[in-house]
Design a protein around this ligand. Sequence first.
Ligand SMILES: C[S@@+](CC[C@H](N)C(=O)[O-])C[C@H]1O[C@@H](n2cnc3c(N)ncnc32)[C@H](O)[C@@H]1O
Length: 182
Amino acid sequence: MKKWDRNHRLQTPGWAADILASLVDPPNSIFTILEPTPGEGSLIRALERRFRNDSRVEIITPPPPNWDFWEMPVRKVDWVVANPPFTPFTEVIKYLKAFFKFSDNVISLIPWYTLINSQRRVNYLVDMGLSEVWNLPRYTFPGTRVQTCIIKCVGGYRGKIEFKFASGKNGSFMFKRGKDLV
Ligand SMILES: C[S@@+](CC[C@H](N)C(=O)[O-])C[C@H]1O[C@@H](n2cnc3c(N)ncnc32)[C@H](O)[C@@H]1O
């Protein structure tokens, strides 16, 4: 087991990984996506599902022998799609800042507190082009107390920030009145 092989109960459920993967806006040319902390590979599998028939995409992860994101030489990629470790809680923003060294376009599942309990962090992420925030339901990570959301940042984005409620039920991304309120 590698030194960072922990947090297994926080592997992304498939439906949430599919939402993360759906938020990638592929360019018209060959493009690269970095999954920096793949763990058991849920997000990699969702990216492969989304881009199954797209030979233009290259999905990369930290390289062997250590598979460690912190040891990975910085290289430019088109998108970072991530669910980084949540503990200790100060780590999350360190990961986000490091992701922006690899790309202007970052999609990440994060604990809500990372976004909202520091105005400096809100300012930082808005400045990095925050374009969407998806609230994930309480049942995303059963047995934990952590409330999570997905953020999407697009380099240079200065438009309205969209706020969405995600649903893991009914095979649907969006929370539906009447169906999910049971
Ligand atoms: C919250 S889990 C998410 C895993 C995976 N991204 C997914 O979507 O299911 C965070 C993962 O980050 C991995 N991890 C932690 N530190 C890492 C590092 N420095 N380099 C690579 N992976 C790391 C852990 O093993 C853990 O599986």
